[in-house]
Design a protein around this ligand. Structure first.
Ligand code: ADP
Length: 289
């Protein structure tokens, strides 16, 4: 209830604030049974927020997977709109990659993070009924728990795919620049392959630690170019790698980059499905083991 959430977050005190997003602030709290949670509280009067909250509740109450951030509860009371999630102690993947969180992710850990997020998305696409397209896959929507297990978050923009709306033309393109599937952007035809594109961008981010558009340069384009003129020494490719993992990246890195580039193919039909991506990353992890 509202009163319990208010109490468990210390009256939404600033010291319990862990972040703020498009529609309000996120607080840390502890429920009476001892479970630590993250409470997302909508800004008052945010109608759009209300809609996305409802989408998120509808979707999250139907999906359960270890690589999706779980919804613990929600509260629509006394004019408040709040969503309660399992607490993800290690914050967003972006924070870790930027070095701000003080956690070093070695190459193997990054492969596991890629695998976990891919499994979460494959579940949404293939096992959820009806399937769900996330529509906003990016490193700030991938959260890490205390064991550094990756979980996909933020379903506010997600869409249910019923057969009749498959490849359906949406009136408004949604997503985040840099991660947004260019084909979807041009045609407004939304399919699961748009998530695959965004995931490919995240895969590149995992190896370069760079955001998709940095200093006016598109990382996707740079990696593609570097792959095309790649030589024996992998010059250019090694240059692009996050310096903190350069020495730990093993043999599979070329295969990894090929997979990422397949995900960001211009044409959706050339991209693999999420479960194909899962299998490919599993193989990489086995070979690198
Ligand atoms: P946005 O709307 O920008 O996607 P959110 O409102 O989802 O952002 O979240 C804002 C910030 O709150 C995130 O960047 C993250 O640092 C933190 N956060 C969100 N959900 C959780 C969670 N379940 N556990 C821990 N921190 C979270």
């Amino acid at each position: 209830s509202y009163d319990e959430l208010k109490k468990c977050s210390n009256n939404f005190s600033e010291s319990n604030e862990i972040g703020s997003g498009g529609y309000g602030k996120v607080y840390r709290g502890m429920l009476s049974d001892g479970q630590v949670v993250a409470i997302k509280r909508a800004q008052q009067g945010s109608m759009q927020g209300g809609l996305e909250f409802k989408t998120e509740i509808e979707l999250l109450s139907r999906v359960h997977h270890k690589n999706l951030v779980g919804l613990v509860g929600f509260c629509f009371e006394q004019g408040e709109q709040m969503l309660v999630y399992e607490f993800m102690a290690n914050g967003t993947l972006r924070e870790s990659l930027s070095g701000r969180s003080g956690i070093h992710l070695d190459w193997k850990r990054r492969l596991r993070i890629a695998l976990g997020s891919a499994r979460g998305l494959a579940y949404l696409h293939e096992l959820a009924n009806p399937p769900i397209i996330h529509r906003d896959v990016k490193s700030t929507n991938i959260l890490l728990d205390e064991n550094l297990t990756a979980k996909v978050a933020d379903f506010g923009l997600s869409k249910l795919v019923s057969d009749s709306s498959k490849g359906h033309v949406s009136t408004q393109v949604k997503g985040t620049m840099g991660y947004l599937d260019p084909e979807y952007y041009m045609t407004q035809q939304l399919t699961e392959k748009s998530d695959v594109y965004s995931f490919g961008v995240v895969m590149l981010e995992l190896i370069t630690a760079k955001q998709p558009i940095e200093k006016g340069k598109y990382v996707v384009r740079e990696v593609r170019t570097a792959m095309n003129r790649d030589d024996e020494e992998h010059y250019g490719l090694t240059e692009m790698m996050d310096p903190t993992i350069r020495n730990t990246v093993l043999l599979g890195f070329r295969r990894y980059l090929e997979l990422a580039l397949q995900c960001v193919e211009e044409s959706a039909t050339d991209r693999p499905t999420m479960s194909e991506v899962v299998k490919a990353i599993e193989t990489l992890l086995q070979n690198d083991g």
